[in-house]
Write a protein that binds this ligand. Structure first.
Ligand code: TTP
Ligand code: MG
Length: 360
């Protein structure tokens, strides 16, 4: 589920002073050079009807609202942050996993609590909407989908005060007719390149051979665009700033270059890292070791695994291999060592493969 607050800064201003609700409201970042220099941060939907948009120069917004009883306000970040913090805390309570992606936007993984039932997800979204309305007086738009990509596009499609639910079996029909610019990650430049290739809709993109996309966008982007055009997205909802790695570090009993002594200690560390990992229900994709030498210089080696795993044995094997190589490369004794896993992903819920469905 993606929750996006409607015309956030401007709506927050309307809540503070309801008398401006009936007027175009433009929230501005004044640069201070001249009275009207600076840019529009956001505007309410009434002002948008006159063509006012985020990022537009203030003088242009004023020109569009000439002879209109409009309200121009200066951004008040502290106030918006406070409102946002309260709403985000409330949203976090409603999710199995939570990821805030901006001051007014967050992904909620609600799969477990709604038992993967889209009707229940829809009810939950309505409750959330009412709660934000009741407690903060704000409207929001919510998109529900089988993954983040679809949820985000669904939230964008109906604004303000929208609620759009796209079930797995609707993904294809939902995405196909949408203009290519509505795909997440297709900005102005990419859009132009897509158009020049004759790709106008997401459906057009889905019909382009991935090989051809490779040539234009390079492999990473091409793969993303290809998958995205089918509504495939496996990116988990994760807390921003949530430990993206788990590590342990310890001082050796004696400064040493003896591989066995080093590995003995490393095994303990790996065991602790692994216990932590299991407790958090995570798998890891990469392993690093760290060595602090007697001269206090710090060295590290990492490797990325073929695929994510949660197995202790895989961790031990990698750590041994990395430490052995490191000892070969360095000629001084080691004083401290560390073990770290990163590239964490959830071990529990494997996302339903859209591919399977769409190609069946
Ligand atoms: P958005 O969610 O992109 O926009 P919005 O909430 O104003 O409008 P919508 O109803 O379409 O969701 O951005 C959230 C806030 O971030 C917005 O209220 C103001 C700020 N912002 C800027 O300061 N500059 C910008 O260019 C944009 C896009 C947003
Ligand atoms: Mg918004």
């Amino acid at each position: 589920m993606l929750v996006d607050l409607d015309y956030f800064f401007a709506q927050a201003e309307e809540v503070r002073d309801p008398s401006i609700r009936t007027k175009p409201v433009v929230v501005c970042v004044y640069s201070g050079r001249t009275a009207d220099s600076g840019a529009v941060s956001t505007a309410n939907y009434l002002a948008r009807r006159y063509g006012v948009k985020s990022g537009m120069p203030i003088f242009l917004a004023k020109r569009k609202l000439e002879n209109v009883d409009a309200v121009f306000l200066s951004v008040d970040h502290d106030y918006y942050e406070n409102v946002s913090d309260r709403i985000m805390a409330m949203l976090r309570e409603r999710a199995d996993a939570f990821e805030q992606v901006g001051i007014d936007e967050a992904f909620l993984d609600v799969s477990s609590r709604v038992e993967r039932d889209f009707d229940k997800a829809n009810l939950l979204a309505q409750e959330i909407r009412q709660e934000i309305r009741w407690k903060e007086g704000l409207t929001c738009s919510i998109g529900i989908g089988p993954n983040k990509l679809v949820a985000k596009i669904a939230a964008d499609i109906r604004k303000p005060d929208g609620l759009t639910t796209i079930r797995l079996e609707q993904v294809h029909d939902f995405l196909s007719p949408l203009p290519i610019g509505s795909l997440i990650g297709v900005g102005k430049k990419t859009k132009e390149r897509m158009l020049s290739l004759g790709i106008r809709t997401i459906g057009d993109l889905a019909r382009v051979d991935v090989q051809a996309l490779n040539e234009v966008f390079g492999r990473t982007l091409a793969t993303y665009f290809h998958d995205a055009s089918f509504g495939i997205d496996e990116d988990p909802v994760r807390e921003a700033g949530e430990a993206e790695s788990i590590s342990r570090i310890a001082t050796l009993k004696d400064d040493t270059r003896d591989l066995k002594a080093v590995l003995d200690r490393a095994r303990d560390l790996s065991g602790e890292v692994h216990a932590d990992l299991v407790q958090r229900g995570k798998m890891f994709r990469s392993v690093s070791v760290l060595a602090v030498m007697v001269d206090m210089s710090v060295h590290s080696r990492s490797k990325t695994l073929e695929e994510s795993t949660s197995e202790l044995e895989a961790l031990n094997v990698s750590v041994e291999d990395l430490l052995a190589r490191m000892l070969d490369d360095l000629d001084r004794p080691l004083r401290r060592i560390g073990v770290k896993v990163a590239g964490l992903s959830s071990a529990d819920v494997k996302q339903e493969r859209l591919t399977k469905f769409l190609h069946s």
